[in-house]
Design a protein around this ligand. Structure first.
Ligand code: BG6
Length: 480
């Protein structure tokens, strides 16, 4: 079903994000029949080129990143929706041309796929040239600030010209199908919610492991590190969706109110509850120091931490978070580890050394799906032997081809902007609260003289991270 007619302006349309994600994502929505016939995608950037050159460039990007064949008919038709305007973010060049292209009656969305330093200039000129109005939507990307002060300043800049309900702050993790499924699993089933608290859940593990290093973007990453790059945003969002109270309705502010309460209830993280790591060089693979080209760097390419939520639901149930580059496997998952039954009636039964606690594992990528581990009797005449088996629901198996063909996060989110649905976007106060919690963690480290723990590429991270769990008589799940 097509969405409402729209004019989408992409500032920074020749940049990496537009080429890798935004334009291929729009193409896939076009193929899915969601793009209205008159819809326009207007690329705006500094370089001098015409519509045809922009179309050719976009075509190459879609072939490279969208897995499409060059001669594809759909692609030729899609490219007709594209236009280009050379724009000067800091000057007056191009704004009149842009205004002339915008159609009355269509939804107007402006995607700021540019450095945050330009947000103010773009917002200012969209307003002064009367291109944007109270109905327009703007889309901004991470990094949304590098601490509380800069995030507040960015919010203030945007709010000078736009209302909160016009601002769509992207965290692409919220666009991932399984992340949305978290809410469906929790709030559309009776099974889990009664058990979803400290009385029944021993702890939660959230893992986002990557195999890639930071090569190629080392200079950005070195000013960021895993906490700013992944924890403050993506992992925080995952944590919120697991920990939040049921919103009264699946409505943008109802959902975001509940997430905000979780962030505000986070306890400060002690220095002893966090482990930072840096991957070392091995063989001909470069280490983090070489990738960042900064011999003195103390930036973490890995972090593991224990997070506590100070409220009734979660008192005594820690959330362990870990994320890192150059690890053994690319895998993102949330594991809910339940408590063991309070009393075993099978005391004499051999349990083949199996763990006895139920586990619900939600896999975000790859092989999106869920897996619930339950105890059963091992079949056969050998007495009451217990064994743990998975109730496996890999979406691709359970839902057929549609389950395997999940839209990319960006596709979903851009269409939500056009539909005017902010549920999967971060509100300004949420981001600020998240930085308010993250800032002291980062400051404590910057004021210390400590160095990150080295770890081997292809490993599960530094050994010290194991200690974080062992101390609590728990174990990380294997990264595989
Ligand atoms: C980005 C980070 O926001 O998310 C990257 O800047 C990271 O460092 C990426 O690699 C991970 O996203 P995904 O969708 O591949 O899990």
């Amino acid at each position: 079903i097509p969405v409402e007619d729209f004019d989408l302006v992409i500032f920074g349309a020749t940049g990496d994000l537009a080429r890798r994600k935004i334009l291929p994502g729009l193409f896939r929505r076009f193929v899915a029949g969601q793009m209205p016939e008159a819809a326009q995608i207007i690329g705006a950037a500094r370089s001098e080129q015409d519509d045809e050159a922009f179309r050719a460039e976009t075509k190459a990007a879609i072939v490279e990143f969208g897995g499409v064949k060059k001669g594809d008919d759909d692609l030729a038709r899609f490219l007709q929706h594209l236009h280009y305007v050379r724009i000067d973010a800091k000057g007056e060049g191009g704004w009149k041309e842009l205004k002339a292209k915008m159609r009355k009656g269509a939804v107007h969305a402006f995607y700021f796929s540019v450095a945050p330093a330009l947000f103010g200039d773009l917002a200012e000129r969209l307003a002064s040239h009367s291109i944007a109005d109270g109905e327009s939507r703007i889309v901004v990307e991470k990094p949304f600030g590098r601490d509380l002060a800069t995030a507040k300043a960015l919010n203030a800049t945007l709010r000078k010209h736009f209302e909160e309900q016009q601002i769509y702050r992207i965290d692409h993790y919220l666009g991932k199908e399984t992340v949305q499924n978290l809410m469906a699993v929790r709030f559309a089933n009776i099974l889990f919610e009664p058990l979803w608290n400290a009385q029944y859940i021993d702890h939660v593990q959230i893992t986002v492991a990557e195999t890639v290093g930071v090569g190629g973007r080392g200079s950005y990453y070195d000013t960021s590190g895993a906490i700013r790059d992944m924890v403050q945003n993506h992992m925080m969002q995952l944590l919120c969706l697991i920990a939040m109270e049921p919103p009264y309705h699946f409505d943008p502010n109802a959902v975001r109110d509940e997430k905000l309460k979780v962030i505000r209830a986070l306890e400060p993280v002690e220095a002893t509850e966090i482990v930072r790591g840096q991957y070392q060089a091995n063989g001909d693979g470069k280490g983090y120091v070489e990738d960042s080209e900064n011999p003195a760097t103390r930036t973490e390419s890995y972090v593991a931490m224990k997070v506590r939520i100070s409220n009734w639901r979660w008192q005594g149930t820690p959330f362990y978070l870990r994320t890192g580059k150059k690890l053994r496997a690319r895998t993102s998952e949330i594991a809910i580890i339940f408590k063991e039954p309070p009393h075993s009636i099978f005391e004499d039964a051999q349990t083949s050394g199996e763990p006895k606690a139920n586990e619900l594992v939600i896999r975000l990528q790859p092989n999106e799906g869920m897996n619930l581990k339950v105890m059963i009797k091992e079949p056969g005449p050998g007495g009451m032997r217990l064994v743990q088996v998975p109730l496996d629901m890999t979406f691709a198996d359970a839902l057929g081809p549609e389950g395997a063909d999940m839209p990319d996060a960006y596709e979903r989110l851009i269409m939500d902007v056009i539909r005017g649905n902010q549920t999967l976007f971060m509100r300004g106060d949420e981001i600020e609260a998240s930085w308010a919690w993250t800032d002291p963690i980062i400051n404590a480290w910057e004021n210390s003289k400590q160095r990150p723990e080295p770890y081997d590429p292809g490993s599960s991270g530094p050994d010290e991270a194991l200690g974080l769990m062992h101390r609590d008589k728990r174990r990380w799940r294997e990264i595989r």
